[in-house]
Write a protein that binds this ligand. Sequence first.
Ligand code: UDX
Length: 438
Amino acid sequence: MRLSVIGCGYLGAVHAAAMASIGHDVVGIDVDQAKVDRLVRGEAPFFEPGLNEILADGVASGRLTFSSDMAAARGAAVHFVGVGTPQQQGGHGADLTYVDAAFTSLVSHLRPGDIVAGKSTVPVGTAARLAEVVAPTGATLVWNPEFLREGWAVQDTVAPDRLVAGVPAGAEGERAAQILREVYHTAVASDTPFIVTDYATAELVKVAANAFLATKISFINAMAEIAEVTGADVTQLADAIGYDARIGRRFLGAGIGFGGGCLPKDIRAFSARAEELGRGESIAFLREVDAINLRRRDRAIELTVEALGGSAFEKRVAVLGAAFKPHSDDIRDSPALDVAVRLRGLGADVVVTDPEALENARRAHPQLQYTEDLDEALRSADVVVVVTEWPEYRHELDPAHAGELVNARAVVDGRNCLDVRTWRDAGWTYYGMGRPRG
Ligand code: UDX
């Protein structure tokens, strides 16, 4: 099938390459010429495991092209729109500027019978409004939310847990859903649940999923706060409740909390939309979820200062991690970098290292010191703060070796990802998040 993908960020670039990898002819369109130039060469504009391979294959096969000209969308049977919906400047709602601009520019290239599939995360009600923009062209709008996780984006796109299609009522909607089934033929053939809904449900599925995940993380972080005043260990607590299949252990990782380009802004936009709909009280708890999440960063800073004997001033702090999570170079709303920046604000001499995110971090926070060399980051540190649970820190870093480099053997484990016993045995004082001191 011929497909266009409008917006070549995390979502769109992966979607375009993944669709080409399952046999479609795809054109990816983005207004950023520099990004398009890189993609044309088969290079991913960001770090995402497996993306470079499918990009290069797609470009080499001729099935995957990129353009900065919206006219390139002409002739595609399905047009996916996957542009960003960031948080509004100075507000909590979603900024729909890019979505509106994409639709305005796309409509003049649509033909009767085309399908426009919205993938961006939007406030409920947006699809119904955009359907009216599309209607005069004779094309049909569907809302097809995306659930990919950075770091697993290729796999999540090719083999998702489920597919959701919000369609208009009647025969037009049935036809559109059938076309989407053909697009996702490999997932459909392996019995991936395919849920057909109305627009509002499809939009809500996405924000509800992210709200639930954020709530799960903040729930366990709230338990960490209680553990801190009772001497309990939140990781054992999470293991124990996680064995209950109704609860499950995933997303019960207590630590410095969630960040990234999705969860924080999506729960805020959801709250803002609920307020507009007169139902703010229904999800008022999401404000608490946000507040708990932000408090955990304060806690990591508090522990670091404590490990430094009460003041961070002129102390050398090794910060391990800058990305908002491992296997990503994304630093948007990264709790790791926030902790680093705030420690510097307290007068510490902060050195940040990360396997992939240093270039982005340097651009956003040039005031911090960076090194790609882990040993260099650790050298003469008065405290080591682990804020992104990369395998390089979790499994590969030998506490005895690290101990020889640092000035003081104190480690703040902002992700509860280190093996406490090994670190203690190597003479370190261990400060976890919601775990007893050791
Ligand atoms: C998320 C959703 O998982 C995905 O379905 C949606 O499409 C986009 O938003 P992503 O932002 O890539 O994906 O990251 P995710 O793996 O969900 O992690 C989000 C944040 O939560 C990270 O900062 C991570 O460190 C944190 N986290 C995750 C925890 O603090 N504890 C956990 O147990 C799990």
